[in-house]
Design a protein around this ligand. Structure first.
Ligand SMILES: [Cu+2]
Length: 474
């Protein structure tokens, strides 16, 4: 729901109220009314009501900022402020963002538009906005100290420039950048082409999201801003699975997805079931001769990537970062690997001291998704998400592209789980297994088993088999 300025809810309200008081009411009255978003839902595409027409994008778990047309200039009003962001159901973070949410709203304009952006600072410290990737006058580039004085708390600055080249851009502070980006200040910017462009195809669905990361201790609300690499929440638009909406499309839709990376590491983004082309980068549309099909594309820090594919296979297709630690939620990374270790003697000793002691990960980590160890009040389970066949055992940067033949054009609603045609789901085999095929060399005894190096160290292990594998043979 988009609401007008009246949002000061949640525990971030104290800081917000204090700094908001510093912004004069008279000054605000002359500005375009700042539009606020209080919900983390995906807003349907915002069709342009004034200015040149274009096909709007859909921001995953986000929204597009409406503008006011003032003598041919598109005027937007961004308010930098503390926000409460629901990162997944039941888990809220106290972030900094724009107009009620983190990330801020997507700004959509058309190539050649003159754009004026009012930026009101309701943070407890100064800020600025850098318009990442844009051609603009040097003094509008937003690097505090270099291109402009920083915007003090309580003040409003104006940025104005012509959106010169079509493409995919981002915006973020360039003042106390480490803190402000770790707190969630960022947003997306799309400049649509003003006419048919030889390198920019029209598509049926056009999705955008930012890659961002947070380090929030389980039970806490505020990110640890000093973290450089070991983040525990890998998010898309400040949401973690199962909080990230699915990308719902109609079969045979041409789909574009634009991704920007404002974390501190690269993310190989992987789509199941389809091949895509990288049709655009931070520098604009890619020449056709440079495009090749892929199923994974790496998005490095500070980059934008635009992928396109024909959604011609029905189903619920996983779409995620391929770094497996990035499809996990809050977890410690210093836990030793326990696979194959028989804890039973140790557990007996420990439970004398700690009655509720629970052994983790002696058969792998999959049990983590189902186990019932109590979590602190405010956090996201490490891996979770119920699918039609059980736990999906994922977190973080994971969602699905849902392709359906009966999804209506322009309908972005989640169609539910895919109904598989009979005989098209992997199933348990209960018949006899055929003799394994062997290579000739193996049967000729290239390395007979009796010559295998023996070990005289007795290791207490159990096979990692569900249902407590036997101890026989030791
Ligand atoms: Cu990643």
């Amino acid at each position: 729901m988009v609401s007008r300025r009246n949002f000061l809810g949640g525990a971030g309200a104290v800081t917000a109220a204090v700094s908001a008081a510093a912004v004069s009411k008279v000054a605000m009255a002359a500005l375009p009314e700042p539009v606020l978003q209080t919900s983390p839902d995906t807003m349907p595409p915002l069709l342009p009501s004034t200015g040149r027409p274009y096909n709007p994008v859909v921001t995953l778990n986000g929204w597009t900022l409406p503008w006011r047309m003032n003598h041919g200039v598109k005027e937007f009003h961004l308010v930098a402020e503390p926000v409460v962001r629901e990162m997944s159901p039941g888990f809220k973070a106290h972030l900094w963002g724009y107009n009620g949410q983190s990330p801020g709203p997507t700004i959509e304009v058309v190539e050649g538009d003159r754009v004026r952006i009012f930026v009101t600072n309701k943070l407890p410290e100064h800020t600025s906005i850098h318009w990442h990737g844009q051609r603009l006058p040097n003094g509008m580039d937003g690097v505090a100290g270099l291109n402009q004085p920083a915007i003090p708390s309580g003040k409003t600055f104006v940025y104005e420039f012509v959106a010169r080249r079509p493409g995919t851009f981002m915006y973020h502070p360039h003042a106390d950048e480490m803190t402000q980006m770790a707190m969630g200040m960022m947003g997306f910017w799309i400049t649509h082409p003003k006419q048919k462009h030889p390198l920019i195809d029209e598509v049926d669905r056009d999705f955008v999201f930012l890659l961002n990361a947070y380090d929030i201790d389980p039970g806490a609300y505020t990110p640890k801003i000093m973290t450089m690499l070991d983040f525990n929440l890998w998010s898309w638009n400040s949401r973690v699975f199962p909080g990230i909406d699915t990308l719902n499309v109609r079969k045979n839709d041409k789909v574009r997805i634009r991704i920007g990376n404002l974390t501190m590491t690269n993310h190989p983004i992987h789509l199941h079931g389809h091949e895509f082309l990288v049709t655009g980068t931070d520098g604009g549309p890619t020449p056709k001769s440079t495009r090749w099909y892929e199923v994974t594309t790496d998005v490095a820090v500070g980059q934008m990537r635009q992928i396109e594919f024909l959604a011609d296979e029905e189903g619920d297709w996983a779409f995620h970062c391929h770094k497996s630690h990035h499809t996990m939620n809050a977890m410690g990374h210093d836990v030793p690997t326990m696979i194959g270790v028989d804890h039973r003697q140790v557990v007996k000793q420990i439970t004398k001291l700690v009655p509720d002691y629970m052994v983790m990960a002696e058969r792998g980590m999959a049990d983590m998704a189902e186990m019932t160890m109590p979590l602190p009040d405010n956090t996201a389970p490490m891996m979770t998400g119920d699918g039609p066949f059980g736990s999906v055992e994922m977190g973080g940067m994971f969602t699905m592209v849902k392709v359906r033949k009966d999804q209506k054009p322009g309908d972005y609603k989640n169609p539910g789980w895919f109904k598989h045609p009979p005989g098209t789901v992997a199933y348990e085999w209960t018949g006899a297994l055929a003799e394994p095929a062997r290579f000739k060399a193996e049967s000729a005894g290239a390395m007979p088993a009796k010559n295998m190096p023996a070990t005289d160290i007795e290791v207490q292990v159990r096979k990692p088999v569900r249902g407590g594998g036997g101890h026989a043979g030791h």
